[in-house]
Design a protein. Structure first.
Length: 613
């Protein structure tokens, strides 16, 4: 084992299939979808009731029109011929008032429903964002960021269409059916019975459409998620894409995903077209049959002409919303597929849950370091084999421990257990005698800080990125941390100094400079335990030496675990752990181990030979 750089990529469980054609693997628990929708509308219950009352009054005003027409034909026209203009004028005035009232109430409903809609979706997006942040690292390693984006954008947008337009159409159709059926039954039992019976084939048509559309929209939601995943993945990796000339291959893969999305959209439109054609055929057949039968009865003197005219108008009003019902079903099936996926996401529990019985760390005087104990700890990923067999380890307060080993030896996994990115499968990790699982997240993050191999910077200024370690820090404290880590000189050389915007992912500065900012961030946080997970791997030789010169000051009195990428980093350590296949095979001071004939001595000799070469 003579790997001199010892770059470790953390051993992970087999990831969820990366094929973008695979469906999402987060099924919603039974009843979760309905519960989510109810929880979104619950805070707006009062406004929902008011909106429903507005629709009821609007429906009454809207459906009064054909009754006024029937009255005008059967009573107003004969009175008008006799010289009495009052009934016709009253009908015309009443019709105008009903139309005006219906329009005003429609405006009031749309405005109120829009507010409810936007508030509910604002709440939902916030839930998705907050929940995604508290889910564990292993979840984000299995579930791509592209799918999270799809959940909070396209899937939420599907709900917007349902809440803003679909529900109004559904309520309107239901109210129209109930009110028109009652009116027709009160006008004439035979006509009313025909109208109600004609809904039987429509009911069968709706059931068939829902079954087919549900499958189509589930496929469409998965397809658009695949498009977003591929797009986000390509843009995040644009540098290797360009460096390895992946443009043409990516174009082909994206075209396949895009075609799949196009095909699922086409299937949705085809199902909608089938429904519309079928519903119109049923509606026109029913109206035509009623006109023939009604004309026969008018001629026979068993039905008044005004009643027939009103019945035909009501039948048209009854069937006209059927197309709109199709739009609702269209929105509903799309939203149902999206809501199921969102509910499945929100149902995920953090792998490292917040404690229900928090404990406080004991107060310490003097140096900030705390004792770390791994007590009978073992760890295995959810879908993989055991990574760290059972072991015990004690790191006294203030000690700096370097962990070395080949790729996949378990070094970074050990560090992530200490940072509580994962919980051990068995045993405890304790900080000054307190199980990490008993600490609140704020206390844990104040006590333990990790600097990873890839320093991530957010869009914003250099000062803002350093202050993430302690948001209430003053500018003087921020600059002091940067000076201590050796970053002050390059920061002041930037166009706006500490106020320079580093842009997306810190792309305005070099990888080594990003790592120095990450070190300054960690120093400013002033943790009791500092974990450096191959944190000098991005630094050039001058940068590494600058960090090493600062480490004696930075780590003084602090407990530190240093995952060693380069053996030069080990020089700052009081103690070295050599790991192999998840086990600690050597443990001791570096000066002692290097004199032996074990693993560390071999690594150190190989490193020295590489320097000479």
């Amino acid at each position: 084992m003579t790997d001199t750089t010892l770059e470790e990529k953390t051993t992970k469980a087999p990831a969820a299939p990366s094929d973008p054609f695979d469906r999402d693997d987060l099924p919603a628990p039974p009843g979760a979808t309905g519960a989510l929708l109810r929880s979104l509308l619950a805070p707006h219950r009062g406004r929902v009731v008011v909106a429903a009352l507005i629709l009821l009054v609007r429906e009454a005003a809207l459906q009064a029109g054909p009754l006024l027409v029937a009255y005008a034909i059967d009573r107003g026209v004969p009175a008008f011929r006799a010289g009495d203009h009052g009934p016709v004028i009253a009908v015309a005035t009443g019709y105008l008032l009903c139309a005006t009232l219906s329009g005003a109430l429609q405006y009031a409903f749309v405005r109120g429903a829009a507010r409810i809609n936007q508030d509910a979706l604002l709440d939902l997006r916030g839930r998705i964002f907050r929940h995604a942040q508290v889910l564990s690292v292993d979840f984000h390693e299995r579930y791509t960021s592209g799918r999270l984006i799809s959940r909070s954008t396209t899937d939420v947008e599907s709900l917007r269409e349902l809440l803003s337009e679909g529900l109004q159409e559904l309520i309107g159709v239901v109210l129209s059916f109930v009110s028109i059926s009652l009116i027709l039954l009160s006008l004439d039992w035979g006509i009313g019975a025909v109208a109600v019976a004609s809904f039987l084939p429509l009911h069968l048509l709706i059931r068939l459409y829902r079954r087919r559309a549900g499958e189509v929209y589930a496929e469409r939601s998965t397809a658009i998620a695949g498009v977003i995943v591929k797009f986000a993945e390509t843009m995040n990796g644009i540098r290797p894409v360009r460096a390895f000339r992946r443009e043409r291959a990516n174009d082909a893969e994206f075209a396949a995903l895009n075609h799949r999305h196009e095909r699922s959209n086409g299937d949705a439109l085809l199902e909608m077209a089938r429904y519309v054609v079928g519903s119109r055929l049923v509606a026109n057949t029913a109206v035509a049959g009623m006109c023939l039968w009604g004309a026969y009865r008018v001629a026979a003197g068993t039905l008044e002409l005004g009643v027939l005219a009103a019945a035909v108008l009501y039948m048209r009003r009854l069937y006209d919303p059927i197309d709109r019902l199709g739009m609702f079903l269209n929105s509903y099936e799309s939203a149902a597929a999206s809501l199921t996926k969102i509910a499945g996401l929100l149902a995920q529990e953090p792998g490292v849950p917040e404690t229900t019985a928090p404990r406080e760390l004991p107060r310490r005087a003097g140096a900030p370091g705390r004792e770390v104990v791994f007590d009978s700890v073992s760890f295995a990923y959810r879908t993989g084999g055991e990574v760290l067999p059972r072991f015990d380890l004690t790191i006294p307060a203030g000690q700096t421990v370097a962990v070395v080993g080949a790729t996949g030896a378990g070094k970074s996994t050990l560090a992530k257990l200490l940072a509580r990115f994962y919980d051990p499968t068995e045993g405890q990790v304790r900080l000054d005698g307190v199980d990490l699982r008993d600490l609140t997240t704020p206390d844990l993050r104040r006590g333990i800080v990790m600097v990873t191999q890839e320093a991530f910077l957010f869009s914003g200024t250099v000062a803002d990125n350093i202050a993430i370690g302690r948001p209430d820090a003053t500018r003087g404290e921020i600059e002091a941390a940067a000076k201590a880590i050796g970053a002050h000189e390059f920061i002041t050389g930037l166009p706006d100094g500490y106020d320079t915007d580093v842009r997306k992912r810190g792309g305005r500065i070099s990888a080594g400079q990003r790592q120095l900012v990450a070190f300054a961030r960690a120093l400013l946080a002033d943790p009791a335990v500092l974990i450096l997970d191959e944190a000098t791997s991005s630094l050039d030789v001058p940068g590494e030496r600058a960090v090493q010169r600062a480490m004696d000051t930075v780590l003084a009195g602090r407990t530190a675990v240093v995952i060693a990428h380069r053996l030069s980093t080990v020089e700052v350590a009081d103690r070295v752990l050599v790991m192999e296949s998840g086990r600690i095979v050597e443990d001791g001071p570096p000066s002692t181990l290097v004199k032996g004939d074990g693993h560390y001595a071999g690594l150190h000799q190989a490193w020295r030979d590489s320097l000479v070469g």
